[in-house]
Design a protein around this ligand. Structure first.
Ligand SMILES: [Cu+2]
Length: 225
């Protein structure tokens, strides 16, 4: 009996030691078929129960007349602040069913953040600057991340096991999420490459100064006459 208890305590010690060390890391590389990295791709994971990286607040800034970040991923129930780092006014709105809103002309950060309480894609625009386009991807999945300029997403503190991956990017057909398949993530972690087929991007940059365009169009009209 004493021996049995001794074995059991030994086993418990081993399990305790394995606890934190068994948190695995997933590294995803998002690429197009030709090898170009895909930035701003969201990957979300559903999987075995474990510590979920639920963040309850986030920020969608406006800098140089663009949304920053271009794509923000948040968990359902997150409060999002909309600071304005530009010294001009913006009027941010969305007609998306997951979150319909309009922030009246403002400078600086509106006092109250907005609650994103439904999963889905929220397309952001600005009434003043037509080219401004941003996205908030709201997910029920406990683990998620957005790829950087090199196409990399890193998800840490995952319980080893099988996960169901979902991928989203603003240039996927019809703005629909894509099934990312099942990923078996061992305790040692996993590096995984995902291929995305993207539609052409719509510009989210300010239009080029029009002086040249106007002169060009005038010259073209005159030539045509
Ligand atoms: Cu604006």
């Amino acid at each position: 009996m004493a021996r049995c208890v001794h074995l059991l305590s030994h086993l418990l010690l081993l399990l305790a030691a394995a606890g934190p060390a068994s948190a695995a890391t997933l590294e995803v590389l998002m690429q197009q078929a030709d090898g170009r990295p895909v930035a701003d791709a969201v990957v979300t994971l559903q999987g075995p129960a474990g510590a979920a990286a639920v963040v309850s607040s986030a920020e969608m800034d406006q800098r140089s007349q663009r949304f920053a970040p271009h794509v923000l991923a948040v968990h359902t129930g997150t409060q999002v602040r909309f600071p304005n780092s530009d010294n001009i006014r913006h009027q941010v709105y969305s007609f998306s069913t997951a979150k319909r809103f309009e922030l009246r002309l403002y400078e600086g950060t509106p006092t109250a953040p907005l609650l994103f309480d439904k999963p889905g894609v929220v397309v952001l625009g600005c009434n003043i600057h037509d080219w401004m386009l941003g996205y908030i991807y709201v997910t029920d999945d406990p683990h998620f991340g957005v790829s950087d300029a090199q196409g990399r997403v890193r998800l840490e503190q995952l319980t080893p096991g099988d996960y169901r991956a979902t991928v989203w990017h603003p240039q996927l057909a019809d703005l629909q999420p894509m099934d990312g398949g099942t990923l078996h993530i061992p305790a040692a972690g996993l590096s995984h490459r995902m291929l995305l087929t993207l539609e052409p991007a719509s510009a989210d940059l300010p239009p080029a100064p029009t002086a040249f365009g106007d002169a060009f169009n005038r010259a073209a009209r005159e030539t045509a006459q």
